[in-house]
Design a protein around this ligand. Structure first.
Ligand SMILES: CC(C)(COP(=O)(O)OP(=O)(O)OC[C@H]1O[C@@H](n2cnc3c(N)ncnc32)[C@H](O)[C@@H]1OP(=O)(O)O)[C@@H](O)C(=O)NCCC(=O)NCCS
Length: 160
């Protein structure tokens, strides 16, 4: 049996609208639950997520059209001393464990690079706390600027 052929698509691109499937949300939810322990999105939440103008959502499909890996790119305009620069943030990169180690993460990151070039993005950032994933990004040309990433949760009432 030959290697599985995967395709990477921009989920919101009009080019790929007709390739959307009923199983898409189920597939995405399964990946997010395994990778990040997230509860599933409802159809409405998914729609609201996609409706954000600044969001690019990349997915990789296997030969049956099932989504097996995904990531999100947010692009914002930031004031940098009189000029507005485009900054991108990459979030929630994940491959379904059954498909890990087959080049999908690499394929998605290559598509990220193309998107960043196409959108004239000045800087792209992501945070990664897992050792395996950090190695993965380093090897693919992402520079580690600092491990000291701070997060604030405005609705967290447990902090003292
Ligand atoms: C990090 C991650 C996105 C990589 O995706 P991927 O589709 O496996 O990526 P690739 O196949 O292109 O490359 C993976 C690399 O990790 C190795 N690897 C990681 N997990 C692996 C696994 N379970 N099986 C085989 N190889 C694995 C591969 O050998 C390869 O090594 P290399 O850098 O020496 O080439 C994926 O492991 C994942 O979803 N991890 C859990 C979620 C996560 O940590 N996301 C990052 C949050 S920012």
């Amino acid at each position: 049996m030959g290697a599985v052929e995967y395709t990477v698509q921009d989920y919101k691109s009009p080019l790929y609208l007709k390739e959307r499937k009923e199983t898409d949300l189920q597939d995405i939810n399964a990946i997010n639950t395994i990778a990040f322990g997230q509860p599933p999105m409802t159809e409405d939440t998914f729609k609201r997520f996609l409706d954000q103008e600044r969001v690019t959502f990349l997915v990789a499909r296997d030969e049956r059209g099932r989504i097996v890996a995904k990531l999100t790119i947010y692009i914002i305009l930031l004031d940098c001393g009189g000029t507005l620069q485009r900054k991108a943030y990459i979030e929630q990169v994940a491959t379904h464990p059954k498909h890990e180690g087959q080049g999908l993460g690499t394929k998605l990151l290559k598509e990220v690079e193309l998107t960043l070039h196409g959108r004239l993005v000045h800087t792209a950032r992501l945070t990664s706390s897992k050792e395996g994933a950090q190695k993965f990004y380093r090897k693919r040309g992402w520079r580690e600027t600092s491990s000291k990433v701070f997060e604030f949760l405005p609705h967290n009432t447990t902090s003292s």
